[in-house]
Design a protein around this ligand. Structure first.
Ligand code: FAD
Length: 545
């Protein structure tokens, strides 16, 4: 192994490496480890001050994973698995960040990560067949391969409301929460947004604040987390054969080892359906309720409506005020077509006397003023505004590096003007030796991302090493292969209900963003088989030079 630092500045001032990775979250860390093991020189460039990615930035109260932590972990090294024990079923942000720091230390990764360094531009140099990366600080980087491990949910969406600058109180973003915390005791607080981060933080903010006003545009389905120790039934299966458990996850639809359901809703009686639903509700497991009720719940609107109605019943039972309960109840999307959230006292929080829900569908925000928020019907004075308004998902962080210039001076922004086009969600035609981890076109956000990330990283690193070993210098998908992947994505999406919802999966949350379902809906296991088949058939759909 050659340390990246040793090969610095062979030509001009640029740092020369085989591979430059952008990002040091779950994906970037594993990439660095795998690249080194493959004998490639590599560096990671990270805007943040330390490792962790999502778990470095999202420090808001209540931040946790929503996939059980025994599943949301690296699996590449059994000894790592033995060396770490999660304390809870859904670990908190500090614990996940500690875990990623532990991984960085264990494999001595930090020495090849340049922190506080943002990649601002990337250009393919046809003469040298290398990427030239411009950075916000320090020397530029010249690399044979350029891998964006920049995250799907890492570019916070700016507020769309006028007057934020006029507000005289404090403003916080859940995705950029201050590291030393925020004291909200006795404060009048507004939370704007009711997505996953809001649903996690609202109960804790309500406990501290003098008064909390929640501004909701679109309600989400939230399911009880029932957090605590990892459930013994799952732990027993895991402990009895860890390798088999992990393999089942890799071959599953979502990256969590549940079997494929075969019984459809109409084969079950009302009582049987309710019994299945109550069992899933009590389990407090997102993936269980998303996949294990009946086989048609995610593909047929009638099978899905039964689940929707059962959840709506739960919301009505949890929230005392019928008008508030009605406002909190989703009606605009099938269950699962938008990522559901995990609820720890979320609905119950609206029964507190110090919490008010403002339904923006009935009274849109007009402006943010010096003292608070004005809607079509009222003015609410607050000391603090928390924006929990989500992310420019999947493409936001990629497009923020601007321009990314490929062959013939083509910019990725132009190539993606009508929406992202990729082959396998990993590569783009016209951009040789360019890879994305969990990019648009991969299963990513529809899965346990730890499993998807490991699969993407293994496939990409293995391909780069094989390319080198075979004496090639470039790899790039063909136009035909990319068009074919686009068609396959569309075909897959036609059999799910995702197409019926306007969500961050489709870009609907970002004004002006081209609409279209970005993740691959064909499932984690089938996607893995396709990637493996591409390799087995001599890099089907790729040009190598
Ligand atoms: P990230 O963790 O997002 O890391 C990307 C890194 O790239 C960031 O550190 C960023 O600073 C850096 N970066 C981006 N652009 C640049 C640039 N131009 N220059 C330099 N650095 C750059 N997924 C699940 O599967 N289960 C969960 O339970 C779950 N919970 C989540 C909870 C929250 C609050 C959020 C926001 C996401 C959650 N996710 C979850 C998704 C989560 O993003 C992924 O699971 C995973 O952490 C992504 O890892 P990553 O390395 O791909 O990206």
């Amino acid at each position: 192994m050659v340390a990246a630092r040793e090969s610095k500045a062979a030509s001009g001032t640029a740092q020369q490496v085989d591979v430059a990775v952008v990002g040091a979250g779950f994906a970037g860390l594993y990439l660095l480890h795998r690249l080194r093991k493959s004998g490639l020189t590599a560096i990671a460039l990270e805007e943040a001050g330390d490792v962790g990615g999502t778990w470095y930035w999202n420090r808001y109260p209540g931040a946790r994973c929503d996939i059980q932590t025994i599943d949301y972990s690296y699996t590449f090294d059994p000894e790592l698995e033995n060396a770490w024990t999660w304390s809870e079923k859904y670990a908190t942000q500090p614990e996940i960040l500690r875990y990623l720091g532990f991984v960085a230390d264990r494999y001595d990764l930090r020495r090849d990560i340049r922190f506080n360094t943002k990649v601002t531009e990337a250009k393919w140099d046809e003469a040298t067949e290398r990427w030239q990366l411009t950075t916000s600080s320090g020397t530029p980087v010249s690399c044979r391969h350029y891998i964006m491990a920049t995250g799907c949910l890492s570019a916070p969406k700016p507020p769309e409301i006028d007057g934020v600058k006029d507000f005289e109180g404090k403003v916080y973003f859940t995705g950029r929460w201050p590291h030393d915390g925020v004291d909200l005791a006795g404060k009048r607080v507004a939370v704007i947004g009711t997505g996953s981060s809001a649903i996690q933080s609202i109960p804790l903010i309500a406990e501290q604040a003098a008064h909390l006003t929640v501004f909701q545009r679109t309600p989400n389905f939230a399911l009880p987390a029932h957090n605590g120790p990892s459930p013994s039934d799952r732990m027993d299966i895991f402990q009895s054969d860890r390798a088999a458990y992990r393999e089942q996850a890799r071959q599953s639809m979502t990256g969590v080892p549940y079997p494929q359901q075969t019984v459809v809703s109409w084969q079950l009686s009302d009582a049987e359906r309710r019994e299945r639903f109550e069992r899933a509700w009590a389990a407090g497991d997102l993936v269980h309720i998303l996949t294990q009720l009946w086989a048609d719940q995610a593909v047929d609107i009638d099978g899905n409506k039964i689940v929707q109605d059962l959840i709506r019943e739960k919301i009505r039972a949890a929230v005392n005020d019928p008008e508030t309960a009605a406002a909190l109840t989703p009606h605009d999307h099938p269950f699962g077509a938008k990522r559901p959230c995990l609820d720890t006292n979320y609905y119950a929080t609206y029964n507190r006397p110090n919490v008010t829900l403002v339904n923006l569908r009935q009274e849109p925000i007009k402006a943010i003023t010096a003292s608070g928020i004005t809607t079509a019907k009222r003015s609410v004075d607050v000391d603090v505004i928390v924006f929990a308004t989500g992310f420019d998902a999947m493409t936001g962080a990629i497009r923020a590096v601007h321009p990314i210039t490929g062959r013939g001076g083509k910019s990725l922004t132009d190539v993606w003007a009508q929406g992202p086009q990729t082959y396998l969600g990993l590569t783009v035609e016209g951009f040789p030796n360019f890879f994305m981890i969990t990019g648009p076109g991969s299963p990513s956000v529809l899965s346990n991302m730890a499993v998807s990330i490991e699969q993407h990283v293994d496939w990409v690193v293995d391909r780069i090493a094989a390319l080198r070993d075979a004496g090639f210098t470039t790899i790039e998908p063909t136009e035909t292969a990319q068009a074919g992947w686009g068609r396959h994505m569309t075909d897959c999406s036609m059999v799910t209900l995702h197409r019926l919802a306007n969500t961050w999966y489709t870009g609907a949350n970002v004004p002006g963003k081209v609409q279209g379902l970005m993740p691959y809906t064909g499932g984690v296991g089938p996607y893995r088989s396709i990637c493996d088949e591409v390799t087995a058939r001599g890099m089907l759909g790729f040009k190598l030079t």
